[in-house]
Structure formats: structure tokens, C-alpha cells
Design a protein around this ligand. Structure first.
Ligand code: DGJ
Length: 739
């Protein structure tokens, strides 16, 4: 049993395999956080963690109980206005305009397993075999409002999932903010690791020590954004990939979010994770309820690799579509960087045929196959074939691809509408716009009001018809702009702040209907690359296009940053042409592939234009990836933290569960002059096993490879610097146990 409730002392102790999360009923009837960290034994009380003493110059619970001072107390779901001046977890406006609530503990419910949420993505434990869910009920008698704090303990993965539900039995109310989780930590000696950037530069690691005041990451773009990913870590300053304490926080949500850490006057830290209160509000009528999306919390004292790995296990077991979790993802070729929108069936067929000859498994037709879309000014919403490009319809083209023995994938951007489209002519009111105001374009396109059921119905019908016509194997679901002038034409004025959340719930409804109707179609989410790389999307689409940047060197930073919060098989990674389209950099086809192997591998270039030698190289790369695909896609991933790794040298490794196989990569950005002998220190191997590296004759013990390192030959070929450049060089080491 992982949840222990002591009704006498009002203590709740949530235990995972290695962690304890403890809270209690406070003297004011609300809930107070007691402890979150490495596992503690279950006890009736923890006097050292719950003792209070009086401080000067602050509010007290009553005139008599002067040692109960909310400002000093760690809480589970705090409000503002009763003596705690930190950022609150929620705020409710009652009928009389007051924002004061007085919730009091009113019991709990404990069940095995975890139900999926009905209308949004969530964690789950369908078999009810390794999780427990606790719902703690609190009631505000004056408002007749119930608050449920929901906790699920995923024991094996060391993860706790939290959300909050408001149930109104009284007069209509207004929810000003409703965060999903609050965690009050007793000190603030943590580094804040965030994954920030921009389009084509997503999820670079930024690490800063917490400072007094509030620090936050957020989005108000109505998608989780390229700029700030909802995943973040609080790590002790000395913690690194191999050791040390860290908390990880993620959010099963794709819309506006806010993750905030407030360091207060006492140098304690309050963490809040939830829907961004800016551009949010919810009217809650009598008999209505509102449940927040779920926040994911994890802790380890074993370093950041362990943190990423336990999150990865949690996603595999309790978030991703079980149908795809253990399914090898196909090696694809996408025509985007090969042709952009300038293609016809005749132009594409040679690429398809050559792809088949090289062993590639799926052809993905990107943007430009529908309506009359020759550039980005038109046709979004018109999901029917452009017959100028495909005279036998898209179904005819799909047949030809399938007949060659390749799978077929297709691009859609379901949520968008072009003014130059049949859809706009028929339904101009479906476009999101604020009455009497200008509409701000982006990429010459606008956004459909996904909160309207008829819009979702239209998209289900049109997209389903194409899926059936093409016997589609895969969908790339793009989303190429942030939302402006947010306004719901069908919502009353006092519900307009609900719009951004209702929009994303509409997107989820569409995903839900399509993935249920076509359970074997693999969905890859995309938002101009990594603009919606989040757990809400991953629930429906188990992989996402990590970035529009396909340059191998930029991808090292992007994929490495992403790996802190997500597993490599959750992102697509492709070899593209050089000079690279985004940064005009030249890298070898060898380096490009070695970076892209760490992900769902594919190509995105016109392979018919490559030399015979390069095509032969691709054939070998494809064969190599097929041979080691289970290792790359399902192995345990490590970021190496060794004397050799730094800004210029990155080390990654994937290790099989039984530790009998591993592949290590060493990426060197610039070659150094006259360096010392270089060693590559493996990790995660079995110290007792004997291994061979790259099928050499020599054998090594696992201990030797990890502790003494493996000699890396220096790369320097003055005779052919173009063919074998020493800069941007990637070594790959395939390690196999010897019987
Ligand atoms: C943005 C995506 O990230 C690209 O890969 C491509 O699909 C284009 N959109 C197509 O418009």
C-alpha cells in the first residue's frame, strides 16, 4: 500500500518506492505540507516537521493561538487574504465580490488505480495494479463549495500526480485562478533548470540559482510554446546528471500555463504549476464542477539522469497510448525540406521509389497536397486533394506508395483556416476574432474556434474521410501560429476568460475522436516544430517533431535539453540536406545521422539528388538504425557527465534494460589543437560483464569502460577536410557483452 492515512493525527503519508510525500490537516482546517523527499518511515506524527513557534510582526490564527501563522506554514493549496501573502494556488470570487474562502477538511476517499479524466488528457492506471488515488475533500460552508485535492501515487516510477476539483453547491461563483499543484519547500537552495528558447531553438537548458521573489515560466499563446516548456527542475546546486537531489515538475496540458517559484522572506520556496491565471477565469454555476489539468511531480536523490528516467518510465506506463509504447516507430522520409510545396505526384514518385530501395519504411507527404495550396496564403481548412498535383486523388497516390511496400503519412493543420479557402466562404464566423477589432495574421492564416462543437464535427468528418481514402498510417498534426484576439463568439461576456481553456479542450476532443476512430494511425504532433511539445499532446500523439531546426549541431542542444523531461522516442529527428536550411551550416551526413539516431529517425531531403556514395551511406544508416532501433527507442538514455563533456563535447548513451548492449555517442563541436588523449567514459553498464566495442577484438570489463574510459582516436585528416571534417564530428561506440 502506498498511501497511509492516520485519521487520529490527520496525517497523510504518500509513499513511492523511494520517496515520501506527507501532508496534514492544519489547525485552521486546511491542509499543510509536511515533507517531500527521500522516503521516510511511516509514523503517527513528525513533531520535528510540524512544530510551530511564534514570530513577531505577522498575522495569527486567533488571539489565543499565536503560534499559528500562515506566512510561516507550508501549505498544500493556499489562498490569499488571510495572512499568507505568497502567490496563492487558487482564488474564487463569491456573489458579493469577496475573494476570501474558508475551506475545512471534510474527509477523504482512497481507491486503487487511477481513472482517466473524461474531457482532457491525464495519467491513468487502467489495470489498477500499481497506483493509488487519494481524494481529500474540503468544504467552504458559506459558499457551499467543495474542493477536492486529488493525488495519485505511482509507486514504481516515484511519481505523484496532482489536480484540484471545485464543485459548486451554492450560488454562482467565479474562479479567478485554479492551479493544479502547489509545493511549499522548507528552503530555497535550489537551481531552477528551465528549457527555453525560440522557434528553431527550442528547449535549451538554462540553469540559475533561485533568487528572492518570484520567478516563473509561462505561455499566453494558447499553446505551450517554443519559448518556455512547461517542464522544469529544481535541483540542489551540486546536483548533476549522476548524483544529487532534484524535483521534476511537468504538466499534462497544452495551453496557457504558468510554473512559478516564489522565494519568500524566510528563504522558503513555493512552487505552483497550473493554467496561467492570466487570460483565465471560469464561471461555476450551481451544480457545476471544474477540474484542473494534472501536474506531475517527481523527486530523486540520484541525479538528473535518474530523474529523466523515472519520468520516462511514468510516461510509458501511465501516460502514452499503450498501443504505441512498445511499438517500433517507422523510419520515415518527409518531403518538406525536399520540395516544400512545389511538388506533383510525378515529382514525388522518384523519391518514394528511391526511399524504398534504401530501406526507408514510410513516406510522409507534408504541407501543400490539398485545396489549391502552392504557398502559405491559401486552403487551410479545405481537406480535399489538389487534383492539379494528384490527378488520381490523394487516395490514388497513397495506393502507389502502399503498393511499393511503404507506409503512408500525411500532413494536416486541423486547427487553422485561410481566408482564401472554401471553408472560410462557407463559415467565416468559425474564425477566432474579437468583434469590432482587427485580426492579427501569422503566416497569412487564422485559427478556427475549436471550442465550437460544429467545428470539431466538421474536422472529424473531413479528416476521417481522407484517412479512410488513403488507408493512412501516420498523421503529422501541425499548428503554425499562436492565437490572438481570443474571443468565443458563442460564449457570453462573463465566460470570455474561459476561451483559451475551452479552445484546448476542443483540440483534445478532436484528438480523442480521431485516435479512437483510427487507433492504429500513429500521430506525430508538431507546432512549427517544437511549439507544442508537452504531455497533453503526448497523451494522444506519442511523438512530436522536436524542432524545425534540422541542423545536427543545433539539434544537439535541442535534443539534449528535451531529454531532461522527455524520452528520445517522444521526438522526431531527421537527416536533412546541407547547407542546412535553418543555419546554412555544413555537416557530414555521418554526423547528421548520428545525432538523429537518438530519436524517431528519418530523412527530410531529396535523396534522388544525392551522389551514389551518399545514397549508399543512407542505405547503411537505415540498416544500422533498424538493427539497433529497440535500443535507441526503448533503451535507457543517459546524458554523460564526465571529465570530457562540456559545452564543446556532448556525450549521450543508450543502454539496453539487460545491460548487454549499449551505444554511446561523442559529439565534438569544434576540433581542439593538440589535445590530451581523449577518453570516453561509459555509464549504466554492468561492471561485471565483459564487452567488445565496435566489434573490435579487444575486450573490456564494464568497470573498465565506466571508470577508466575508452580511448577515442583523434580525428584529423588533412587530405580530405571536406569529406571528413574534424569539426562537428560524431563518434559512435556500439558496445556488446561477450558471452
Ligand atoms: C511547420 C513544420 O514544423 C514543418 O515541418 C512543416 O510541416 C511546415 N510547417 C509545413 O507548413
Amino acid at each position: 500500500m502506498s498511501i497511509h492515512v492516520n485519521e487520529k493525527t490527520g496525517l497523510f503519508h504518500l509513499q513511492t518506492a523511494h520517496t515520501s510525500y506527507i501532508f496534514r490537516v492544519l489547525e485552521n482546517g486546511e491542509l499543510g505540507q509536511v515533507y517531500y523527499g527521500a522516503q521516510l518511515p511511516v509514523k503517527d506524527q513528525y513533531a520535528n516537521l510540524t512544530s510551530m513557534e511564534e514570530h513577531d510582526c505577522t498575522n495569527t490564527l486567533t488571539d489565543e493561538q499565536t503560534d499559528f501563522q500562515l506566512e510561516l506554514i507550508k501549505q498544500e493549496y493556499a489562498s490569499l487574504g488571510k495572512g499568507d501573502y505568497r502567490a496563492p494556488a487558487y482564488q474564487i470570487t463569491g456573489q458579493n465580490g469577496s475573494r476570501i474562502t474558508e475551506f475545512a477538511y471534510a474527509g477523504y476517499e482512497l481507491v486503487d488505480g487511477k481513472q482517466r479524466l473524461a474531457d482532457q488528457p491525464s495519467s491513468f492506471d487502467d489495470d489498477h495494479h500499481d497506483s493509488q488515488t487519494l481524494t481529500v475533500k474540503l468544504v467552504d460552508q458559506l459558499l457551499k463549495l467543495e474542493l477536492h485535492l486529488n493525488y495519485t501515487v505511482f509507486e514504481g516510477e516515484d511519481v505523484i500526480v496532482r489536480s484540484a476539483t471545485f464543485l459548486n453547491h451554492g450560488e454562482p461563483l467565479f474562479i479567478n485562478r485554479a492551479m493544479s499543484a502547489e509545493l511549499d519547500l522548507p528552503d530555497a537552495d535550489y537551481d531552477f533548470l528551465q528549457f527555453a528558447g525560440s522557434w528553431a531553438r527550442e528547449r535549451h537548458l538554462h540553469r540559475n540559482h533561485l533568487r528572492p521573489g518570484s520567478q516563473s515560466i509561462e505561455s499566453v499563446r494558447a499553446h505551450s510554446s517554443h519559448q518556455e516548456n512547461p517542464f522544469f527542475i529544481l535541483a540542489r546546486p551540486h546536483a548533476d546528471n549522476n548524483q544529487g537531489e532534484a524535483f521534476g515538475f511537468n504538466f499534462i496540458y497544452s495551453g496557457n500555463f504558468k510554473d512559478e517559484v516564489e522565494v519568500d522572506q524566510f528563504d522558503t520556496a513555493r512552487v505552483l504549476v497550473g493554467i496561467n491565471p492570466l487570460e483565465f477565469g471560469w464561471r461555476l454555476g450551481n451544480g457545476q464542477s471544474f477540474q484542473t489539468p494534472e501536474a506531475v511531480l517527481t523527486y530523486t536523490d540520484q541525479g538528473l539522469n535518474a530523474l529523466s528516467q523515472q519520468l520516462g518510465d511514468f510516461y510509458d506506463h501511465h501516460l502514452l497510448n499503450p498501443h504505441f509504447v512498445n511499438q517500433e516507430r517507422p523510419i520515415l522520409i518527409n518531403n518538406w525540406e525536399a520540395t516544400f510545396m512545389d511538388f506533383t505526384e510525378d515529382k514525388l514518385m522518384p523519391i518514394v521509389k528511391r526511399a524504398k530501395e534504401l530501406g526507408i519504411e514510410m513516406f510522409v507527404l507534408d504541407d501543400g497536397w490539398f485545396g489549391h495550396r502552392d504557398d502559405d496564403h491559401s486552403s487551410l481548412g479545405d481537406w480535399f486533394t489538389d487534383e492539379k498535383k494528384f490527378n488520381q486523388g490523394i487516395g490514388g497516390f497513397a495506393n502507389r506508395v502502399h503498393e511499393l511496400g511503404l507506409k503512408f503519412g500525411l500532413w494536416f493543420e486541423p486547427e487553422m483556416i485561410s481566408i482564401d479557402s472554401k471553408l472560410y466562404q462557407a463559415h467565416p464566423d468559425w474564425l477566432i476574432a474579437t468583434p469590432g477589432r482587427k485580426q492579427t495574421p501569422a503566416r497569412h492564416q487564422f485559427v478556427l474556434d475549436m471550442s465550437r462543437p460544429e467545428v470539431v464535427d466538421y474536422l472529424v468528418e473531413k479528416i476521417s474521410a481522407v484517412i479512410s481514402e488513403t488507408k493512412l498510417d501516420y498523421i503529422k498534426w501541425d499548428m503554425n501560429r499562436s492565437i490572438t484576439e481570443m474571443y468565443g463568439a458563442t460564449l457570453p461576456a462573463d465566460r470570455q476568460l474561459e476561451f483559451a481553456h475551452r479552445y484546448i479542450l476542443g483540440v483534445y476532443r478532436l484528438y480523442d475522436r480521431l485516435t479512437k476512430a483510427f487507433p492504429k494511425v500513429l500521430f506525430e504532433s508538431c507546432a512549427s516544430g517544437g511549439g507544442r511539445f508537452d504531455l497533453g499532446m503526448m497523451y494522444y500523439a506519442p511523438q512530436a517533431w522536436a524542432s524545425d531546426d534540422t541542423d545536427a549541431i543545433e539539434r544537439i542542444k535541442i535534443q539534449e535539453g528535451t531529454s531532461y523531461g522527455y524520452r528520445p522516442n517522444m521526438w522526431g529527428a531527421h537527416v536533412s540536406a546541407v547547407p542546412n536550411d535553418q543555419v546554412a551550416r555544413l555537416t557530414s551526413i555521418d554526423t547528421r545521422a548520428k545525432v538523429a539516431y537518438f530519436g524517431d529517425f528519418g530523412y527530410e531531403l531529396d535523396i534522388t539528388k544525392l551522389s551514389a556514395e551518399e545514397q549508399e551511406t543512407i542505405k547503411h544508416q537505415v540498416a544500422f538504425y533498424k538493427q539497433y532501433r529497440p535500443l535507441f527507442q526503448f533503451g535507457t538514455f543517459y546524458r554523460l557527465e564526465t571529465p570530457d563533456t562540456n559545452e564543446n563535447v556532448h556525450g549521450w548513451e543508450v543502454v539496453a534494460k539487460d545491460k548487454r548492449q549499449a551505444i554511446g555517442a561523442r559529439f565534438q563541436i569544434l576540433n581542439g589543437a593538440n589535445p590530451a588523449y581523449i577518453r570516453y567514459y561509459f555509464t549504466g553498464l554492468d561492471p561485471q560483464l565483459t564487452y567488445r566495442v565496435n566489434d573490435d577484438q579487444e575486450t573490456y570489463s564494464g568497470a573498465e569502460l565506466m571508470k577508466a574510459g575508452y580511448f577515442v582516436p583523434r580525428v584529423m585528416d588533412r587530405t580530405q577536410p571536406e569529406k571528413a571534417p574534424a569539426d562537428f564530428y560524431a563518434h559512435l561506440f556500439v558496445v556488446k557483452a561477450v558471452d
